[in-house]
Design a binder for this molecule. Structure first.
Ligand code: SF4
Ligand code: SF4
Length: 70
């Protein structure tokens, strides 16, 4: 029942977090952009699979994943 919080305004859609998540719970938001005009990613965990490992947050170069709730 862990979850992460993503600040979409900081995200640049570099996809690093997508590549490191062992559960593949981070997805590119296909149909929207942030205020800077960049694509961004979103947390999608319909089956409560997030293990709170924080690999995503530790890997983000822009500190856009600002909270991991374990
Ligand atoms: S905390 Fe771990 S399992 Fe959860 S979204 Fe981040 S990388 Fe994936
Ligand atoms: S690593 Fe950070 S900047 Fe890159 S896609 Fe993930 S949240 Fe966005």
């Amino acid at each position: 029942m862990s979850e992460i919080k993503i600040d979409k305004e900081r995200c640049k859609a570099c996809m690093i977090c997508i590549s490191v998540c062992p559960k593949k719970l981070i997805k590119l938001e296909e149909h929207a952009q942030n205020r800077a005009g960049s694509s961004y990613v979103k947390f999608v965990d319909d089956s409560n699979e997030c293990i709170g490992c924080a690999l995503c947050a530790q890997s983000c170069p822009d500190m856009a994943i600002y909270e991991v709730i374990k």
